[in-house]
Design a protein. Structure first.
Ligand code: URA
Length: 239
């Protein structure tokens, strides 16, 4: 027996969090009875339906790595009608992004319909390194750089910066390009980090996620993750 939201996510229908919302909204039935209690335990033999449609565990799991272009939103749908990361992938599966990149951020994002996989990667204990290239509207001095490398506090919590490298300085335009590697995944975290030293991020791209990169993918291109990569990502979580 497992919690209802976990079973729904493991069938690939949606993420565990979204499954919880559906349960709370009274959209989920188990054996014909509406269930709105999040703790409800069910087994694979129970008949689960969402919005009147029976879901089952024969859903094939799909895993993608996408090089997200600018002006694409990291969600399944958008009420403003903007293009989403899901729109860029040619599949009938109910995939969704694992975490998010801002509308104006480009680069590496993973998508799947495997709720267990998504939850594993998004769990706070998951210490996967994410590397970004950021262009900022200021040339940082040594103190600023040291501040970011060491004791930066963002919204009351310390940010551990694993690596920070200056890639390019343009004195005429007063801009700087840096490569920064962090583990955590707070929303807008890179922009907030540079904000703390008085700089605005004018361009941002995620180039690395653990051992993965998007060097072989043009903007808007994607590919399936290999079984080996999926296993390696799970192995990172178990460390
Ligand atoms: N940090 C940001 O500020 N934006 C992103 O899209 C990702 C990390």
């Amino acid at each position: 027996m497992e919690r209802l939201q976990k079973i729904i996510a493991s069938y690939g229908y949606t993420s565990r969090r979204k499954a919880e919302d559906l349960i709370k909204k009274g959209k989920v039935m188990v054996n014909g009875q509406m269930v709105s209690e999040l703790g409800t335990k069910v087994s694979e033999h129970d008949v689960i339906s969402i919005d009147g449609v029976i879901i089952n565990k024969d859903v094939k799991h799909e895993y993608y790595i996408l090089n997200k272009p600018r002006s694409v939103i990291s969600s399944i749908t958008d009420d403003k009608g903007r293009i989403t990361v899901v729109d860029l992938i040619n599949t009938e599966a109910r995939i969704y992004p694992i975490g998010r990149l801002d509308y104006d951020t480009t680069g590496l994002i993973l998508l799947t319909n495997d709720g267990d996989f998504a939850n594993t990667l998004m769990h706070p204990s998951m210490e996967v390194e994410k590397t970004y290239i950021a262009k900022i509207d200021k040339i940082l001095n040594k103190e600023d750089i040291d501040k970011i490398r060491k004791n930066l506090i963002v919204e009351g919590r310390k940010v551990v910066v694993n690596r920070l490298k200056v890639k390019k300085i343009d004195k005429e335009k007063n801009t700087m390009i840096l490569e920064i590697t962090i583990i955590e995944g707070r929303n807008h975290i890179i922009k907030k980090i540079f904000n703390e030293v008085g700089a605005k991020v004018t361009k941002l791209s995620r180039i690395g996620y653990g051992f993965l990169n998007v060097k072989d993918l043009k903007s808007g291109e994607y590919r399936n993750l290999t079984i080996k990569e999926i296993k390696k990502l799970y192995a990172l979580a178990k460390k």
